[in-house]
Design a protein around this ligand. Structure first.
Ligand code: HEC
Ligand code: HEC
Length: 166
């Protein structure tokens, strides 16, 4: 569009995006990492199997049941599995193997597992601010990720001819 060239585009971008500084990469919600139903079925089967292994210890602190717990100390063991199944994988749109080698759960060999720990800590910090603004409100992985690995910084309906996809 020829409505004053770069100056116009800059105003549109600033007006519609607000939070994205000009020149920084913009991300439209990416593809989910789960490509078919198989990964989801595997996920349920894997969690069901792990639940069997912790029978009788469901409410014990995660660090007593599992061997490499750093961020989820004090969480009941069963809740840790639920966070993996209903929180992490669902929020990010991935299967367990995005962060783990399946059945080597305690290992820290995947970068995504390290990132997930840092994200968890970031989430705790954000939540202490959120609760100070409004009691009982909170954010979690889903708030940003919404089923994809790379949270969107630009929503489709707000895009204009002046806002490039990347
Ligand atoms: C986004 C990354 C991510 C995904 C996806 C994920 N996990 Fe995890 N998982 C972690 C992190 C991080 C920890 C370590 C938690 C801590 O340090 O307290 C962990 C810990 C575990 C543990 C405890 C291991 C031990 O012995 O210390 C189990 C079991 C586990 N995950 C199972 C699963 C299963 C089953 C799935 C799929 C349903 C899954 N995880 C998906 C990040 C992930
Ligand atoms: C405040 C927003 C926000 C929250 C909350 C958040 N994330 Fe993220 N996360 C991001 C951003 C931004 C990136 C970087 C995406 C990129 O590379 O463009 C990211 C990236 C990641 C990645 C790396 C993705 C990859 O390519 O493998 C993992 C893993 C991840 N987040 C896990 C989590 C988990 C688990 C939670 C909840 C404990 C969480 N995130 C909560 C914003 C967030």
């Amino acid at each position: 569009m020829e409505k004053g060239g770069a100056g116009f585009a800059a105003i549109v971008v600033a007006g519609s995006l607000c939070v994205v500084p000009l020149g920084q990469r913009e991300v439209e919600g990416g593809e989910s990492g789960i490509s078919d139903d198989q990964a989801l079925q595997d996920k349920s089967a894997i969690v069901a199997e792990l639940e069997k292994r912790i029978v009788g210890r469901e409410t014990a602190p995660a660090e007593e049941v599992f061997s490499n717990i750093q961020i989820m100390k004090g969480q009941p063991a069963l809740r840790l599995l639920k966070i993996m199944e209903l929180g992490f994988t669902t929020a990010l749109g991935v299967a367990c193997n995005h962060c783990h080698v399946v059945d080597e759960w305690e290992k820290d060999d995947k970068e995504a597992k390290h990132i997930a720990r840092k994200m968890w800590n970031m989430q705790q910090r954000i939540n202490s601010e959120v609760r100070a603004i409004r009691e009982n409100s909170f954010i979690n992985c889903t708030t940003c990720h919404r089923g994809v690995l790379r949270p969107a910084t630009l929503l489709g309906a707000n895009r204009t001819a002046e806002t490039p996809a990347k």
